[in-house]
Design a protein around this ligand. Structure first.
Ligand code: KG4
Ligand code: ZN
Length: 363
């Protein structure tokens, strides 16, 4: 039996969780506490790093206590402490990693500095027991990536965004149209009442040989369309949202089909090819339905973990810790010297994308 305390503070969720791997090799989430800071940031229309860091400082001790209490375990019964050490907003990362170092040092437990993206990448094994290899689409406010997940610690990034993250594009579109933060759910709601054929927005990168994503041109097209017909009626807003969402799903479909073909070529022996979706945008029904359809056509299993494990949480960090321990990647002494990394590519070998601009808060 292994039990790991996970801590996540890389963006605007303060989270702690305890996950166990039983002797029967079955994982169990013993507690999963997530405090969202959405209200603190809403007035600013996006995450304000300083406010986030301060909110983490105020909340984290209580959140860790709550995670321990919910699990019914004492700190002495925990085998290791795992904390997100990057990528993310550095203020929050410092709060989480320092807290984890203190707890681990005081309790005499090993410490693991976990890559947040590894947490997202391995979640489908916690929820669905998926075998390697599989394909991961991570679409959140900070990331838009396609990753081939070969094994624990063995990842290959096949595509990333060269400018905005997809969630960021939803949030910026919402802001331009006067919809409240976070934008994604509000754009989706408005889109349901809109006419997707009214605006012919660009499908960025569609058909391009380069596998990456780009959303800033789409964002500009939305801004131009909105200002051309201002002032906007409620129906105008709904039509823009519907047209934007259609452009997004179309582009994603093109990019993911390409990645699926590459997966088949790279892993011809994979018994059951699977596509896993993670990140907040996975909540979008149009995106999910499109991915399901692609998987059906391409003979891929479609895995969408429960939303609260798709969005930022600490269970995925604790689980990444367990995966590392069971794979024999020991938590070395040097984790105590680990300095938080605001940028930390998952595969360590991917070169920066040529021509990239800003790639989201957590790229
Ligand atoms: O994974 P997440 O909770 O946090 C990180 O960014 O790491 O993702 C949040 C992002 C936000 O950009 C939000 O607007 C987007 O996910 N999102 C959505 C929907 N729900 C959340 N985007 C589109 N449709 C949704 N229903
Ligand atoms: Zn995340």
């Amino acid at each position: 039996m292994i039990r790991v305390l996970g801590i996540e503070t890389s963006c605007d969720e303060t989270a702690a969780s305890i996950v166990a791997l039983g002797d029967d090799a079955r994982p169990a989430i013993l507690s999963n506490v997530v405090l969202s800071q959405i209200e603190e940031h809403a007035a600013f229309g996006g995450v304000v790093p300083e406010i986030a860091a301060r909110a983490h400082v105020e909340a984290l001790d209580g959140i860790v206590e709550a995670a321990l209490a919910d699990s019914g375990l004492a700190l002495s019964e925990i085998d290791a402490v795992a904390a997100t050490a990057g990528p993310g907003l550095v203020g929050g990362l410092i709060v989480g990693l320092m807290t984890a170092k203190s707890i681990a040092a005081a309790a005499g437990k090993p410490l693991m500095a976990i890559n947040h993206l590894e947490g997202h990448a391995l979640t489908a094994r916690l929820t669905d027991g998926l075998d390697f290899p599989y394909l991961l689409l991570l679409v959140s406010g900070g990331h838009t990536q396609v990753v081939a997940v070969r094994g624990v610690g063995d990842y290959e990034r096949w595509a990333t965004t060269i400018d905005d993250a997809l969630g960021e594009a939803f949030d910026k579109t919402a802001k331009m149209l006067g919809l409240p933060y976070p934008g994604g759910p509000n754009v989706e709601k408005a889109a349901a009442k809109g006419d997707a054929s009214r605006f012919d927005f660009p499908r960025p990168m569609k058909g391009a040989a380069q596998p990456d994503f780009s959303f800033s041109g789409l964002k500009t097209a939305v801004r131009q369309a909105a200002s051309a017909i201002a002032p906007l009626t409620e129906q105008d807003v709904c039509d823009i949202c519907a047209s934007f969402q259609a452009a997004v799903t179309d582009t994603l479909a093109d990019r993911i089909s390409r990645a699926m073909t590459r997966f088949r070529e790279t892993f011809p022996d994979a018994r059951q090819p699977a596509l896993v979706v993670a990140g907040g945008v996975a909540a979008n029904l149009a995106v999910k339905t499109m991915l399901e359809g692609l998987c059906g056509k391409g003979g891929f299993r479609f895995v969408a973990p429960p939303l609260k494990l798709c969005t930022d949480n600490a269970a995925m960090i604790a689980w990444a810790g367990i995966e590392r321990l069971t794979a024999g990647i020991e938590a070395g002494e040097d984790a105590f010297d680990f300095v938080p990394r605001s940028r930390w590519p998952l595969d360590g070998v991917s070169v920066p994308v040529v021509g990239s601009g800003r790639r989201g808060a957590k790229a």
